[in-house]
Each structure stands twice: as structure tokens, then as C-alpha cells.
Design a protein around this ligand. Structure first.
Ligand SMILES: [Zn+2]
Length: 272
């Protein structure tokens, strides 16, 4: 599932090239998670002003309104002057004067939603409103993070995945950040001391920044809008390494189920 680094890698791979382009036409395939919200023809003639990211959403600013893009479970964007013929899993395509942007999404949990009134409109707020702090920005403040964790009794890993304190941490990066911080994923968030929270705060930034530098993680079929795969999955410390030895202490990495997801941890390096 594309997480924050993959969405940011996607953004960086086409944002500059599409900025300034004019929409020529939009074609829809099968229904995605949410409807587009306007007749496709209404987008023709709009100019692309910028491509931003909020959590796992891409925001394509148009001269009137914006498009919210979510990659869902299996979505990926391509952007090029000439793309191969439309395939079975291509469900949104926007031809612009700068190239064609296409969403390929076999499982169709992704979506492209047009919001005429901008990101403060109720339709956009519904999607963006509950998001926590951006982990790589200044707004991700260690004091607020500590205060937020103090109010949550759930296991720290579940709190990280929920995304209402800090966005963008899916399974792989939550597991990796907790390993770096030496924190057992099952510990109650409220029980973490301030120094341990400070360590976790730094670990989250570190993991996401390194993943970004590696082009994200390609677990199944992620690739950027230029078609490049990520490489971070080759250097995980615990994720998907159950039964193998810890790269730090040689203890065998364990896995357990937490809220329908697998959690991976080192029983020696990560204490409760
Ligand atoms: Zn270890």
C-alpha cells in the first residue's frame, strides 16, 4: 500500500512537468472508491498550478478548484507525453498539454475527486480534516506529539497507524520507526516517557526521510510517475523479517498480529 514516502516520490516525479499545463480532456474507467464529483468535460481548459501533498493525498491545484488524488491500496500514477494503450486497470486519465496523467489501480480503492471550492470546502475537509501533523514539516512538534500520546491508551503502533496525531505512517514505516526508537509496538502510547517519545519523534523523521531518498518501498507494484521502483524494502530492520536475525543484536525477529496487521519487532532491542 503506498504510504507517505511513495506518495511524495510520486508527487516529485511529475509535479514540475505538469505544472503550467492545460487540461485537454479527462477519461474515466470503472468506478473508483469515490466519484469524480463533476462531469469529466468540465475539467477541460483548466490549468494546473501546482501539485502538493497532504498525508497520503495528492492535491492538484487547478485555476478553478483542485483534484484530490488517493492511491488507495494498489494505485499508481504515470505521467508521460506518450503512454501505452489504455489497459483494464486504468481508471482515470487526464490528457494535458504537458503530458497524460493516468491512474492505474487494479483494486480500485484509489480515487480522484474534484473539489470546485478548494481544500477548505466541506467535500475536501471530509477527506483531509482529520489528518495529523506532517511528520517531515515543522508542525510535527515533539511536545504536541508527547501530549497527544499521553491521551491515548492504545498500543503505540495502533496510534501511529491511526494517522490523527501524525500522518503517513503505514505498517512498514511504523514498524521501522519503533525499532529505531527501541520501543515495543504493543506498549500503551500513554505510558511512554518523554525521552522515549523524543527518540520516536526523531526515528519517524529518520525512517521517512531515508525511505524518500530510496524512492519509497516497492512491496508489490509501486512505481513513481516515471516508472521507477523504490528500494527501501531491501534495508528494513524488522519489517517482513520474522524468523531472521536482528541486524543489531542477532536475536530472532518476531511477528504478531495487531488489529488485522502483522507487526514485526526485535524482542531484545525493543523493550516495553
Ligand atoms: Zn535486536
Amino acid at each position: 500500500m503506498p504510504e507517505l514516502p511513495e506518495v511524495e516520490v510520486t508527487r516529485l516525479s511529475f509535479a514540475q512537468r505538469i505544472t503550467g499545463a492545460k487540461v485537454v480532456s479527462v477519461r474515466l474507467g470503472k468506478a473508483l472508491r469515490w466519484p469524480l464529483g463533476c462531469p469529466p468535460a468540465q475539467l477541460a481548459g483548466r490549468s494546473v498550478l501546482a501539485v502538493r501533498r497532504r498525508g497520503k493525498y495528492l492535491l492538484i491545484d487547478l485555476d478553478q478548484g483542485l483534484l484530490l488524488v488517493h492511491l488507495g491500496m494498489s494505485g499508481r500514477l504515470s505521467f508521460a507525453r506518450h503512454l501505452p494503450a489504455v489497459g483494464n486497470h486504468d481508471h482515470f486519465e487526464m490528457v494535458t498539454t504537458g503530458g497524460t496523467l493516468r491512474l492505474t489501480d487494479p483494486r480500485r480503492f484509489g480515487a480522484v475527486v474534484y473539489v470546485a471550492a478548494g481544500e477548505d470546502a466541506p467535500a475536501a475537509r471530509k477527506l483531509l480534516g482529520k489528518l495529523g501533523a506532517e511528520p517531515l514539516s515543522e508542525e510535527f512538534d515533539v511536545n504536541q506529539f508527547y501530549a497527544g500520546l499521553k491521551r491515548r491508551k492504545a498500543a503505540i503502533k495502533q496510534v501511529l497507524l491511526a494517522g490523527d496525531l501524525v500522518v503517513g505512517l503505514g505498517n512498514i514505516y511504523a514498524c521501522e520507526a519503533l525499532f529505531l526508537a527501541g520501543i515495543r509496538p504493543t506498549v500503551s502510547a500513554a505510558r511512554l516517557s518523554r525521552p522515549r517519545v523524543a527518540k520516536l519523534h526523531a526515528a519517524i523523521r529518520d525512517v521517512l526521510a531515508r525511505a524518500l531518498a530510496k524512492g519509497g518501498s516497492t512491496l508489490r507494484d509501486f512505481s513513481s510517475a516515471k516508472g521507477q521502483c523504490g528500494h527501501f524494502q531491501f534495508e528494513t530492520m524488522v519489517y517482513a523479517r520474522q524468523g531472521q536475525t536482528c541486524r543489531v543484536c542477532a536475536t530472532v525477529i518476531r511477528s504478531l498480529r495487531q488489529g488485522q496487521r502483522s507487526t514485526f519487532y526485535c524482542p531484545h532491542c525493543q523493550i516495553s
